[in-house]
Ligand binder design. Structure first.
Ligand SMILES: NC(=O)c1ccc[n+]([C@@H]2O[C@H](COP(=O)([O-])OP(=O)(O)OC[C@H]3O[C@@H](n4cnc5c(N)ncnc54)[C@H](OP(=O)(O)O)[C@@H]3O)[C@@H](O)[C@H]2O)c1
Length: 281
């Protein structure tokens, strides 16, 4: 592990700035994208900007995001790692319904493997623990997916420390994906727990910084000092916050992809980090 890379599950090295492929689907994360060519161009540019980690899910579209990733990038460049998820059914645009039925999870993971065109899914994440199904049954399904070679590593999303520890009794938890950014720090304890156990922490909605984006704010002043955008500084802050953090900003524009990827090279000073940290709390 260096500042630039993280080893998922201890053995799958990725650069610490990935790409989130939720927004390549249509409005409400439903159906095909409005501008299919722009989305394909953005996906094709991912390796060119030095990103080797993509996060998607069966439910983005549903099935649209995984299919577009394959269309744009297959055969995949050496070293590109694709993470997907299951555990949400999609009754309609903007609607998400948890389904943690073990048979359903296993079927969906197999389907994602087909959709992505891979022998083994690099990282598969339980999108939500379904409160209507005993969690150990959902964890046992994940254990089965690992043991049968459908997936290499497994992770969780939107979980507490207690849930991570319960899961770790059944399978090795490689990653946790919770909403987290400079201005949304509810998962601070989960992040600290992940850092202590070498679990990758994938903050979703990484670019959000709420009121901190206002002109004259500390974020705005630090961005100006680095000749960077506030979004780039929000990413740079995440990278500095913990060596297990793997941000996955999402976009369907090549220009935004390039801008986000450049954030990897911004190094905040100790003072800038502390000022941002205090302002975001
Ligand atoms: N586990 C979960 O439950 C969960 C939930 C939500 C998301 N996720 C994952 O997290 C990823 C990221 O989350 P997110 O997409 O909600 O939030 P995000 O990446 O923080 O923000 C995406 C939004 O910011 C805009 N944007 C991106 N780069 C920009 C730039 N350089 N300048 C200006 N605007 C920019 C995008 O619009 P443009 O397309 O115009 O650039 C888009 O509207 C998703 O793709 C998904 O993989 C996971």
């Amino acid at each position: 592990m260096t500042f630039d890379t993280f080893d998922i599950g201890g053995d799958m090295k990725v650069r610490r700035l990935g790409y989130g492929a939720m927004r390549v689907a249509g409005p409400g994360v439903w159906g095909p994208p409005r501008d299919r060519e722009a989305v394909l161009a953005t996906l094709r540019a991912i390796p060119e900007v030095g990103i080797d980690f993509i996060d998607t899910a069966d439910s983005y579209g549903p099935d649209v995001s995984e299919t577009l990733i394959r269309e744009a990038l297959f055969p995949y460049p050496e070293g590109l790692r694709i993470a997907t998820k299951a555990g949400f059914m999609r009754p309609g645009p903007g609607e998400w319904r948890p389904n943690g039925n073990p048979d359903y999870l296993i079927r969906q993971a197999r389907q994602s493997r087909e959709a992505l065109g891979v022998e083994t899914i690099d990282l598969w994440q339980l999108h939500r623990i379904d409160p209507a199904v005993p969690q150990d049954e959902q964890f046992a399904a994940i254990r089965q997916l690992i043991d049968s070679g459908v997936i290499r590593h497994a992770g969780l999303s939107e979980v507490s420390v207690t849930q991570i520890e319960a899961a770790r009794r059944v399978f090795p938890v490689a990653t946790v994906q919770n909403r987290y950014n400079l201005a949304d720090r509810q998962s601070e304890a989960v992040l600290d727990h992940c850092e202590a156990h070498g679990i990758g922490f994938i903050p979703w909605f990484p670019l959000a910084a709420g009121r901190l984006t206002q002109p004259g704010s500390i974020l705005d002043r630090i961005a100006t000092a680095h000749e960077a955008s506030v979004g780039q500084i929000a990413i740079a802050w995440l990278l500095r916050r913990s060596p297990v953090i793997l941000p996955i900003p999402g976009t369907s524009s090549v220009a935004h992809l390039q801008e986000n990827a450049r954030a990897r090279h911004i190094r905040l000073t100790d003072e800038e980090f502390a000022q941002l940290d205090a302002a975001g709390r």
